[in-house]
Design a protein around this ligand. Structure first.
Ligand SMILES: [Zn+2]
Length: 77
């Protein structure tokens, strides 16, 4: 009974939300219980991975850029 399974879903037919532990389909990208974005299935644990927080990285990078610019503007001009 291994009918509809490709290599990304080898042994799991559902994954667990890392935030609320709700079960969902393996290729769901949002948890329908807590409405948060979830990543791909972690095959070791059966949990969904945390999605990559690109916006956080960008905000962090911009904050540091601004700080460096400010230091240059304030002290080194
Ligand atoms: Zn959830």
């Amino acid at each position: 009974m291994q009918a509809r399974q490709d290599k990304t879903t080898s042994s799991f037919t559902s994954k667990k939300c890392p935030y609320c532990e709700n079960h969902m389909a393996v290729d769901d990208r949002f948890c329908f219980s807590c409405n948060r974005r979830v990543g791909k299935l972690n095959k070791a644990t059966g949990m969904a991975k945390h999605p990559v927080a690109w916006i956080s990285y960008i905000i962090c990078f911009l904050s540091w850029s601004f700080l460096v610019f400010y230091l240059w503007w304030a002290f080194f001009r």
